[in-house]
Design a protein around this ligand. Structure first.
Ligand SMILES: C[S@@+](CC[C@H](N)C(=O)[O-])C[C@H]1O[C@@H](n2cnc3c(N)ncnc32)[C@H](O)[C@@H]1O
Length: 218
């Protein structure tokens, strides 16, 4: 596991320390990969994938099982330690060896540009830019997609999110549809929809719908 993390100032509920604390409190998400990932990526040939905010690693492990070389990035060391241990325990050495766990704050340092055939951001908080274009973090994710590669951004349906959150304003975050609006002619938007979830929501939450952007860099 690498450590490319540097401190950043932001609201208390979105710091690496606050996420570490949540993960320390127990398992946050299921050991199963996200339903949208399964549906949208099953038809893609394996290549290099970036799992953005990989959390406890179920998506990264699923991609690796399908032959993808995965860079799984998260700024929570607690989540990544659990993810790496799960991969060792649940997968064979071949599969586990295809995932590189990277501790990195994506608002501070971007991933490498132009190298990933898939960039998957599942429920990753994308703080909205103060200006009209993408924030630096989102710019980094868009730039990370290789020519011909796929961008997959998945969020919780907004009205469900608003009714459940008390300490976070969803308006402060770019949703998949906002990202779709920022894509220029260099992209083909394949999916920009709200879809019913095919997998159970994380324990303690009751999300029934996802917002999904799937786009291909031309
Ligand atoms: C809602 S969780 C989603 C985890 C996983 N993608 C899933 O679907 O189960 C968001 C994850 O993003 C990570 N995260 C949030 N902001 C980040 C940042 N700026 N850089 C890297 N990781 C971040 C958190 O630590 C957390 O693991």
């Amino acid at each position: 596991m690498q450590d490319e993390q540097r401190p950043a100032v932001r609201p208390e509920n979105t710091t690496p320390a606050s996420w570490d604390e949540r993960y320390r409190g127990g398992r946050r998400f299921s050991q199963h990969p996200n339903g949208v990932l399964l549906a949208e990526v099953a038809d893609l040939p394996a290549g290099r994938a970036l799992d953005v905010g990989a959390g406890e690693g179920a998506d990264a492990r699923w991609l690796a099982r399908r032959g993808w070389e995965v860079t799984a990035v998260d700024f929570s060391g607690v989540a990544l330690a659990r993810a790496a241990a799960d991969a060792e325990e649940l997968e064979g050495a071949d599969v586990a060896g295809r995932v590189r766990w990277v501790r990195q704050d994506l608002t501070v340092s971007p991933p490498p540009a132009g190298v990933f055939d898939l960039v998957s951001a599942q429920y990753f908080p994308l703080h909205r830019s103060s200006g009209p274009g993408p924030s630096p973090a989102l710019r980094g994710l868009l730039d990370a997609v290789a020519p011909g590669g796929t961008l997959l951004v998945v969020g919780h349906e907004l009205t469900e999110l608003v009714s459940r959150l008390h300490d976070v304003d969803p308006e402060d975050y770019d949703q998949p549809a906002d990202v779709a609006r920022m894509l220029d002619d260099g992209w083909e938007v394949l999916v920009d929809e709200t879809l019913p979830r095919t997998a159970p929501a994380p324990p303690g939450s009751h999300h029934t719908h996802d917002t999904v952007l799937r786009a291909r860099r031309r």
